[in-house]
Unconditional design. Structure first.
Length: 365
């Protein structure tokens, strides 16, 4: 009974969005394979075909559920469900579902528009409108790698048990593979990786909503840290032109209110333009948490009944009493200094006595 119930318990432990997405991938891929085996042309109804998908708009999202080869199917099942399970437990079901739809849907829209531009430029409808079928989860895979770069950039993984690499280097490696294959003529579906990387980064950079842990609470949008800026993905020699273009686009998007406002920064009051000197969100939270902790420690360490108006006076050490007896362990004072102080004390006493006697004589006269 325990052996039979273990698969059920394992499936029940999977978060709902990951569970449904994995089951839909199984069913859609099986349906596509079965219809193709029956020699039924189901491509326009299940995959994204630029020439006909305008009449079947659901394919902009559902095409990600269809894997047309066994290699793509196995690769997606090995990588995507465990990754979505991790993200869903960290973000929640709603944010994970939004991330999937935005990463896949907008990437397919960009690919659709790009193919139509190629058709207008070349007039080759057979190739660019009806000869390409965008499908699979490559856009989602690269978007998940971007999310892992944001969350666990220094984590080290083993690829096929042989190659070791840090998480932050995986997206650009996948992007480089996509670029090479696209230039060699394999535009579909490899170019979708280019769009998925950019869409995933833009969403996580500016639009993903998260509840802030700072004092007073509030919602924040995106991750404006320097380590997640656009130029951080490229080698240093191209940082300057990319920063000029990125700042120009950011200023236009801010002017037209295309980017949601977020929690103000600690020092400047605003987020700086990307990729500029914006403080990391984690650093901002840490600074405000440390500030609140310092205030709390200062309040608890000071006595309740002795609040001084001048902090410099209250913090200054009190001088020892003048008549305090010297300690036995203190070094002995020289005899000359002791005798000199005794003579000064006798002289001051005699001057006081003379002053008092003179005052008495003047009063009697």
């Amino acid at each position: 009974m325990a052996v039979l119930s273990s698969p059920v318990l394992f499936i029940a432990s999977i978060p709902p969005v990951t569970r449904v997405f994995t089951a839909a991938t199984f069913l859609s891929s099986f349906l596509y394979t079965w219809l193709r085996w029956r020699e039924v042309d189901s491509a326009p109804y299940l995959t994204l075909v630029p020439g006909s998908s305008i009449f079947y708009p659901w394919t902009f999202v559902t095409s990600a559920l269809v894997e047309t080869s066994i290699f793509e199917f196995v690769a997606s099942l090995v990588f995507v469900p465990p990754s979505l399970r991790y993200l869903e437990r960290l973000w929640g079901s709603v944010e994970t579902l939004k991330f999937i739809i935005i990463s896949v849907g907008i990437s397919n829209v960009i690919a659709f528009v790009f193919n139509w531009i190629e058709f207008i430029a070349t007039k080759n409808a057979d190739l660019f409108l009806y000869g390409m079928q965008y499908h699979g989860q490559m856009a989602l895979q690269i978007a998940i790698l971007v999310a892992f770069t944001q969350l666990i950039p220094e984590h080290q993984v083993q690829i096929m048990g042989v190659l070791k690499a840090r998480v932050k280097s995986l997206p650009m490696a996948y992007l480089t593979l996509s670029t090479v294959l696209t230039l060699l003529g394999f535009q579909c579906p490899w170019i979708i990786i280019q769009f998925g990387w950019f869409v995933g980064w833009v969403y996580l950079r500016f639009y993903k909503k998260s509840t802030s842990d700072v004092v007073g609470g509030g919602d924040t949008y995106g991750d404006r840290s320097e380590t997640f800026s656009l130029i951080s993905w490229f080698p240093p020699f191209v940082h300057y032109p990319i920063s000029l273009l990125a700042n120009f686009v950011y200023s236009l998007a801010t002017r037209f209110h295309l980017i949601p406002s977020s929690h103000p920064d600690v020092e400047s009051g605003l987020y700086s333009q990307i990729p500029g000197s914006a403080r990391a969100e984690a650093e901002r939270r840490r600074a405000m948490a440390l500030k609140a902790l310092d205030q709390r420690l200062a309040n608890t360490s000071s006595p309740s009944g002795s609040h001084s108006t001048n902090p410099t006076q209250s913090s200054a050490p009190r001088p020892p009493p003048a008549a305090a007896a010297p300690r036995s362990d203190s070094p002995a004072m020289p005899s000359s200094s002791v005798g000199g102080r005794a003579n000064e004390r006798k002289k001051s006493v005699s001057e006081v006595d003379l002053g008092d006697s003179g005052k008495a004589r003047s009063d009697s006269q």
